[in-house]
Design a binder for this molecule. Sequence first.
Ligand code: SAH
Length: 371
Amino acid sequence: MQNPRYRELAQSLFTKSNYLARAQHCIDTNTLLISQVAEVAAASFGVSAPEQRAEWAACDAVSAEKVVSTLRQAVREWSAEGAAEREVCYGRVIAEICRLFPDVYDVDNVAASGSQGALRPRNSVRIVIPGCGLGRLPLELALRGFAAQGNEFSFHMLFMSNYMLNCTLRPQEFAIYPYVHSQSHQRSRDLQLRAIRVPDVHPGQLMAYRDQHYPDSPSGELSMVLGSFDDIYLKQDATTNNSENEQGQFETADVVATVFFIDTAPNIFRTLEAIAGLLEPGGYWINFGPLLWHYEDVQQGEDNDVEAGDNDDEDRTRGLELTLEELLELIPKYGFAIEKHESSIPCTYTMDEASMGGFVYKCEFWVARKL
Ligand code: SAH
């Protein structure tokens, strides 16, 4: 800053709150977790030794931004602070799945559910969760005894979810400072620079606890499939010999649970086809989310979000962002009957509760049955 008067004023403010030194500490502390996530990820790709980090590809601005949004996603999925936000969306989806498939090893649960369907052990119920972010929803479903399969195509999400699910040692292990890079709507430096602890739960401990305390009820299963949902699960021509089962992905599912996902589709027709094709007759598509069409503002050819995926520009339906009314009209054409539908449910996404700003979506929730 050139003007000495302005500089003096800024300095006096920042000296009082020790802003710059504290911000540096926050960034350094974030680096502890991020570096470990990166090292585990690099090792799994056969890129060795942190000492050789200088040879790793440099981080560009887009990647840096994704790291910041991954930290905010960690708050949503893996902190106590994110619990209320999770409850509105994941909570609804979990409750519905548990109602549809009561725990057959728990007589009270079966009776209370009033289940009309055939009773079956939950670990035979296959649930696919496309665009599962950092994997919390698949974990919660596995803890309730289901065979849950997450799917995700963003490497940033996959690396962090792998770390949270498989590499943390205990609850509250890491302090992160997810808001250090958010300059707007801050009420104070203390709030901007506050620590959030992750993970709020330790997945391994929870699984072990469940197995120990409910020995009669078979364990759930958790798997993760990397790649673009449509490309992986869309039923291919039976004559083509594709490598569909390489990652152990389910060929069919009893439930597909989409949370804040369908509007990420580059081609909604194709996504609906993939969901419908994956479900067994009588299976359920459970959806929660808004319609923030992800590709509305992405120009053809410039697409940073397609990472592990292999989406074809040609196939984009940009400019064909459907309204809710249109989408609801389309769903039965893919062989679904909507059995339950709630509208305009207020829900935030990675919102900092303490900040002065924030966006509240009015989400749709539906349960559609594959006929
Ligand atoms: N379900 C999570 C994340 C929602 S954001 C939650 O509710 O918090 C949408 C997620 O879908 C992102 O993580 C994005 O990387 C992922 N995604 C977008 N398109 C995808 C595709 N074609 N296949 C798999 N994942 C996809």
